[in-house]
Design a protein around this ligand. Sequence first.
Ligand code: ZN
Ligand code: ZN
Length: 291
Amino acid sequence: METNKVSILAPELWKRPSAIQEVRPGLYQIKLTGVNAFLLDAESDGLVLVDAGVRGSGRRILDAIASIGREKSELRHILVTHCHPDHAGGLAELRKLTSARIYMHRRDAMLVATGRAMRRLLPTPGVLNRMLYQVMIAPKPKTVDPVKADELVGNNDVIPVGGGISVVHTPGHTEGHVVFLAKKKRAAFLGDAAANFFGLRLMPAYEHHQQGVMSLQHLCRFEFDVACFGHGHAIRLDAGKLFRAKWGKGAPKAKGAQKAKRAPKAKHTPAHRGAPPARRTPKPVRRPTSR
Ligand SMILES: [Zn+2]
Ligand SMILES: [Zn+2]
């Protein structure tokens, strides 16, 4: 008599889950060790990678690209949200293996160029955040193999690939943290400005907590449907609305925001402090720096 039992030898049970998943047509999430990177098909401008994972992720990213039938030579642009080793750790390997250009904000590019990829981080207020900080952040490496960015990007720059990718300076998690907005895909690449595990939330640590919250409030002015996070699940629909409900005007005050120390006023004060209009005339990305 036949049974419906599934044999444990069935090959589908042993298949490793794919490291790359489509978030939206032409937009992929690549799951790396403890962090996500994202791949954007910018059509005639080639493939765009957002963040590069921990040290040793270069090969895995190229394998993921090959698994969707694309060539490593198609990877032409690498946008980096910030300097931390789980986002910039794979850059040196990708520099060797590809000819992609690397884009970063000046304040964080300075660190990655020296290999020192961390400034002092303070845990976000709250018991869960402190626990997550101990598990996720405190024990992690603090250095990367040094890499010099090709393009230094800043607030309101528009990278002229894939119909335009806007740069929003979002300091707080790090001084030079940026969020990339891909207009055509209506997608925001958040890096570690926020996270989406146990729901949409602050990261467990920031260099300047209050500045990080202000950056999220600033992001509420922009329109996007898809939100891609360094840590946690991507939001595929109505992400901008969810951000406004959490951090927009009239949203309940972020837990612990009052307890946090105000960030000291520094030369690198975010360009949005003076509350500029959300939509400025796009300016082209700055000219390449020498490697
Ligand atoms: Zn980070
Ligand atoms: Zn991270």
